[in-house]
Ligand binder design. Sequence first.
Ligand SMILES: [Cu+2]
Length: 129
Amino acid sequence: MIEGMRRTLLVAAIAGAVLALPALAAQAQNPVLIAKVGYHNAYKIALRTPDGKLVQSIPAGTYAIVVHDYSKIHNFALGSQTENKRLFTTGIRWVGTKTYTVTLAAGNYAYACSAHFRTMNGTFVVTGG
Ligand SMILES: [Cu+2]
C-alpha cells in the first residue's frame, strides 16, 4: 500500500515535469530563420522563414538562424550593412548544419557566399527596435 502510493507520487512528479518542459522550451525559443547554400553544389543562397518565404523585412529581435551549408565550395556569411560588421560565417570548405543565435537591430543586412559574393547574395531589412 505505501509502496503503491510512493509509485503514484513518483509518476505524478515525472508527469508534471514532462508537462512543464514544453512550456519552458517555448518561452526560451527565438523565431527561426533558415539559411541554405550550395545544395548539390548549386550557386544558390537564400535566407527564408520556416514556411519558405524569402526574408525581406523582419522586426528587430533575437533570431535562431539555422544554416545548412551543403557545399565545400560555398559558405554562408551574414553581415550588417548599417554597422559594416560581419555577424557570422561558415567556412567555405565546411559542410554541415549549425544554428547561430543573433540579435538583429534595425538596419540593412546582407548575406553572401564569400567565394562568389557577386552572384550569390541577398539582402533584407530589419525594422523597428
Ligand atoms: Cu559560393
